[in-house]
Design a protein around this ligand. Structure first.
Ligand code: NAP
Length: 288
């Protein structure tokens, strides 16, 4: 299977051992309502994961936060032994509390435990990429926290390091500590606050991986988006994803879905061609 697959949208090589399909898959939606397990339909969740891999996805985004643990266990059940070219990106820095709260968990002991938990739940000896996920209002320096993960990288437990929900300043701080391969922040057609960071990542050869590329829990809505979609004969979701792929050469997509139909549609977005005029119209959409 591995030899015959074609990566949707082509690939971005961040390192010889980290070649990611530009259209990937984010697994959070598989956890179930409220991102708390159990999944709504476990067989359907397994089918989504297997279809993503069959269609050439080599970039799978996950975390022990999702379920918690449910999604990593699903990934292992659906895909282990993993295809040689599949890269699984996880994140640490939070834990789920009783009732589903998202609680920061970024002490040394918590970060070390989270890496070991992810290794165990995914069934691997080393994690391909670990993102340090920062809390929304936390703009404190990240060097110490990233340093813990850098030690785990030195120990061979983590191959590559990334950041999530960070400012440009925190990216710069982190890069003083260790190489950063990816930044995963909220960004989409109507939430453009990270425009400068998107460009900075492209210049630095860092992948910029937008979370909520389709708006997350609040689906993207814009008249211009619907107009362009009707003109190019694609869905609004496909146009929103195609716009992201055009936006920067180091943007990687990880749209989430619990539906095989939507998964196929999202991966096919890599083939949607937007003219310069259409891109300009979409560029003009703002959150206002
Ligand atoms: N680093 C972070 O802090 C962070 C935060 C949030 C998410 N993430 C990651 O980013 C990934 C993407 O974010 P997300 O899943 O929250 O949001 P998203 O990709 O923006 O949107 C997902 C929503 O869109 C729907 N959808 C997907 N494809 C569709 C299509 N073709 N047509 C119509 N509806 C469609 C899904 O419903 P259906 O299930 O019905 O398709 C789901 O409700 C997550 O899966 C997760 O891996 C990271």
């Amino acid at each position: 299977m591995t030899d015959t697959r074609t990566a949707p949208g082509g690939t971005l090589a961040l390192s010889p051992d980290l070649v990611l399909s530009r259209a990937g898959y984010g697994a959070m939606q598989l956890a179930g309502p409220g991102v708390m397990g159990p999944p709504r339909d476990k067989d359907a969740a397994v089918a989504v994961l297997r279809t993503a891999v069959e269609l050439g996805v080599t970039h799978l985004d996950t975390s022990d936060f999702y379920g918690p643990v449910t999604v990593n266990e699903l990934i292992r059940e659906a895909l282990y032994p993993y295809p040689a070219d599949l890269r699984i990106v996880t994140k640490v820095g939070f834990r789920r509390g009783p009732g589903g709260s998202w609680d920061p968990a970024a002490s040394r002991a918590e970060l070390v435990a989270a890496v070991h938990d992810n290794l165990r739940h995914l069934g691997v000896d080393a994690l391909d990429v670990v993102n340090l996920r920062i809390a929304d209002d936390d703009r404190a320096p990240v060097a110490d926290r990233l340093g813990v993960l850098a030690e785990l990288h030195e120990q061979g437990l983590v191959r590559h390091l990334g950041l999530s929900n960070v400012s440009a300043e925190q990216v710069a701080q982190a890069r003083e500590v260790a190489p950063i391969v990816c930044v995963q922040n909220m960004y989409n057609l109507v939430h453009r606050g990270d425009d400068a960071l998107v460009d900075l990542c492209a210049d630095a050869g860092i992948a910029y991986v937008p979370f909520f590329p389709l708006g997350g829990f609040s689906p993207l809505q814009a008249g211009v988006l619907d107009d362009v979609a009707a003109r190019v004969g694609a869905s609004a979701q496909q146009v929103a994803l195609a716009w992201l792929l055009h936006r920067s050469p180091t943007i990687l997509l990880i749209p989430g879905t619990s539906s095989v139909v939507h998964l196929r549609e999202n991966l096919a977005a890599a083939d949607v061609v937007l003219s310069d005029d259409e891109r300009r119209e979409l560029d003009a959409i703002t959150a206002g």
